[in-house]
Structures are given as structure tokens and as C-alpha cells.
Design a protein around this ligand. Structure first.
Ligand code: FMN
Length: 386
């Protein structure tokens, strides 16, 4: 008998701001199909198809904020990451949002600044210098998915960000959030994990600043809290803000910002006090224990410590994690929902973030409801936008 997935299809009210029709969230995934930063009709059809097929909330791919060093090639052959600024890109987003709304869905853009991960000389504004809190990409010699030549190129230190550069980036986030609201998005998602700009302010290995943006946890979180407050001022009290954070970094899979639940509570408390409504605890395996000595996942700890609606993400519906890529000949197998439903039914988290499964199968959520088996994740699925 298939597992009871009904709890996944219960509506969720977010802080008296917004109701999601169910608990399935499309996780943010860069698709690199927006030439000149403009999402076209193929991108609109791609998101609409997921909304038509029961995805409760779509978080878009990472979208460049209105700052010249926001996004670079990130190891991609062609560069086609969308923008959240400029008339043409905003018109494209309006069409995406209208399509999702017409299908009864909800959609947040994931606002993105790559910070130290941006490859210098790449992206739409190649002359802009990359933004590094202390000029450091990351410590060498850690366990990482990045290619050795990329790491080599990124290791030489650069100038630390000045206070006025920090202020410019904060303004860029606020402007971009205002643009997102104007085209009709239902909330704002921020990419605060995976070693990008917010994360390298949080991480002591990359933040050695001795001004108010460095030092203790409150100092290292200040860049994020100032962005969140600036966005809140722009979008008003009724638009939810979702914040993605992670312990792991692309520069170091074993990195940790919080060594204990108390530290996690202190860190996330700062973000919640600044105005975050939904937390997205990004892991590669959603039910990996958050800390030694307990089975509770990172999302579980997050929910318990903050009381805020929380999303778990990482290999939901799949047998292998994000960095175990499918090969030409071998797909990554689908897995069932038993483990997800057991934790959700116990109240461990509120939302289930689904990444690769929703690239491979726009009808994944329909299958989750009916109990029909899921499809595997193939290399072929990643090469198409459908
Ligand atoms: C092709 C691809 C692109 C991704 N791009 C982003 C991104 O732009 N922003 C982000 O926060 N995470 C990104 N991720 C991570 C996913 O949001 C998700 O956290 C991860 O894939 C784990 O979920 P999954 O195991 O269900 O795929 C990406 C993942 C994939 C597979």
C-alpha cells in the first residue's frame, strides 16, 4: 500500500499573509535559459506547468539583483541567468507570474548575489569586481564539489568590500524586491546559503572584518539583517520573506555556522527578528541529523527553535543527493515518500522542497497525491526546459 500523502496536500497559512494550497514547494533551480537576463515564454511555460500540476509554491531559479557583480557564469558554458531589473526582464517576469497565478499557484523569486562565488570577468557586467567581505573565497583544501582549476583561480585574495559597497548591495536587494512586488510576485526568497554572499558574511572563515559587519554572530549576520529590513521597508508588512540558509558551503561541504542547537537558535533568531517569515533549511539529504545525538533534521531544529514555517529540502523523492550526478547511462532512482511523510505527520517541518524531481517531472506533485510511482532523474531531463 502506498504511503498516506494527505498531509502534503493540506493548505498552509503563512503569518496571516498568504495561504499556500499545499505543502509542496519547487526548490530554486538555476536553468540558465534567460538570454540577456530576460525570462521568455519557454520559462513562463515551464513554471506554469508546475503550478498547473499541483505545486503549492514555486521558488524561481536564482535571479540577479540589480547590482553589476551579482551574478557571473558560475561554471556555465553560456550565460543566461535572469535579472530582476530592466524593463524587458520585468515584463518577462510579469508573464511568468500571471501564468502561475492563472493556474492557481504562488511564486516567489529567489534574489541572488553570488558574492565570492562569482567568477571575475564573467556575467553581464564582466568589468565589475566581485564582492568579497574580506577578500577571501574560502579556505583551501576542504571537501568541495568545485573543480581544482576553478578553486585555484578563486583562491588569490582580493580587496575586501568597503562599507559603501556593502550599502550599494543592500540597496540593490531592496530595489529588486520592489521590482518583484511590482510585477506581482507573492513573496521574496533570499539565497542565504551555499557559500554565496550572505553566507560568506555569516562564515568566520570568509568574514574576518573588524567593523560592524564582522566579529561575533550578530556582526556577521548584520549584512543579512540589514538586507531583510531594507526589503521589508520596500515591500510592506504583508509580503512574506523566505530565507534559505545552509551549514554546508560549496567551498567546504563540512563547514558549519552553528555547532550547537543554541547557536542555530541565536543565528536564526536574528533573521526572524529582522523580518523573515519562512525558513528554508538547505541540506543535501532532508532527514540527515542536524546535530549529533538526535535524529532531528536541520529543518526540524529550525522549526523547533524558531516556531516559524520551515521547509525541508534535499533528495525528496530521489535515492541520491545533489552532488551524485546522473551519468549518460545511469539515472538516479526515485524513492518513496515514507520518510518525508513520517516526519511531516510528526510536525517536524511544514513544507517539502522538491528540486531535481520537479526538473525531471512537472507532474511529480500529482503523482505524490495519487501514489503513482515517481520517475527517476536523468541527465536528459536536465538538458531540457519543459
Ligand atoms: C540544476 C540545479 C540548479 C540549482 N540552482 C539553485 C539556485 O539557483 N539556487 C539555490 O538556492 N539552489 C539551487 N539548487 C539547489 C536546489 O534548490 C536544491 O536545494 C537541491 O537540488 C536539493 O534538492 P533535490 O535533492 O530535491 O534536488 C539547484 C539544484 C539543481 C539540481
Amino acid at each position: 500500500m502506498s504511503v498516506d500523502s494527505r498531509p502534503l496536500f493540506e493548505p498552509l497559512r503563512i503569518n496571516d499573509m498568504l495561504t499556500l494550497q499545499n505543502r509542496i514547494v519547487m526548490a530554486p533551480m538555476t536553468r540558465n535559459r534567460s538570454p540577456e537576463g530576460v525570462p521568455g515564454e519557454d520559462v513562463a511555460a515551464y513554471y506554469r506547468r508546475r503550478a498547473e500540476n499541483d505545486v503549492g509554491l514555486i521558488v524561481t531559479e536564482g535571479v540577479a539583483v540589480d547590482h553589476p557583480a551579482a551574478v557571473g557564469n558560475a561554471g556555465l558554458k553560456e550565460f543566461a541567468v535572469p535579472d530582476m531589473f530592466g524593463e524587458a526582464a520585468l515584463a518577462g517576469w510579469r508573464s511568468v507570474v500571471d501564468g502561475v497565478h492563472a493556474a492557481g499557484g504562488r511564486i516567489f523569486p529567489q534574489l541572488w548575489h553570488q558574492g565570492v562565488m562569482r567568477i571575475a570577468g564573467s556575467g553581464r557586467f564582466p568589468d565589475a569586481p566581485s564582492m568579497r567581505p574580506s577578500g577571501i573565497w574560502g579556505p583551501p583544501g576542504r571537501r568541495t564539489s568545485s573543480a581544482a582549476d576553478y578553486v585555484e583561480a578563486m583562491l588569490p585574495p582580493t580587496q575586501p568590500m568597503t562599507e559603501s559597497e556593502i550599502a550599494d548591495v543592500i540597496d540593490a536587494f531592496a530595489r529588486s524586491a520592489r521590482n518583484a512586488k511590482a510585477v506581482g510576485f507573492d513573496g521574496i526568497a533570499l539565497h542565504g546559503g551555499h557559500g554565496y554572499l550572505f553566507d560568506v558574511f555569516f562564515w568566520p572563515d570568509t568574514n574576518r572584518r573588524d567593523d560592524r559587519f564582522g566579529g561575533d554572530l550578530a556582526g556577521r549576520a548584520r549584512f543579512a539583517t540589514e538586507v531583510i529590513r531594507a526589503i521589508r521597508r520596500e515591500v510592506g508588512p504583508a509580503m512574506p520573506i523566505m530565507f534559505r540558509f545552509s551549514q554546508w558551503k560549496q567551498q567546504d561541504f563540512d563547514a558549519r555556522i552553528a555547532d550547537t542547537p543554541d547557536e542555530l537558535g541565536a543565528w536564526l533568531g536574528l533573521l526572524v527578528d529582522a523580518g523573515v517569515d519562512i525558513l528554508d533549511a538547505s541540506t543535501r539529504m532532508f532527514d540527515a541529523p542536524g546535530f549529533e545525538g538526535s535524529d532531528l533534521s536541520l529543518a526540524g531544529w529550525t522549526r523547533k527553535l524558531t516556531g516559524k514555517p520551515t521547509m525541508a529540502v534535499g533528495s525528496i523523492g530521489l535515492s541520491k543527493d545533489l552532488y551524485e550526478r546522473p551519468s549518460e547511462t545511469q539515472a538516479i532512482a526515485a524513492s518513496g515518500l515514507d520518510r518525508v511523510m513520517a516526519r511531516m505527520a510528526a510536525g517536524e517541518f511544514d513544507l517539502a522542497g522538491v528540486g531535481r524531481s520537479l526538473i525531471a517531472d512537472p507532474e511529480w506533485a500529482v503523482r505524490a497525491r495519487s501514489g503513482e510511482p515517481f520517475k527517476p532523474y536523468t541527465l536528459e531531463a536536465t538538458t531540457r526546459l519543459y
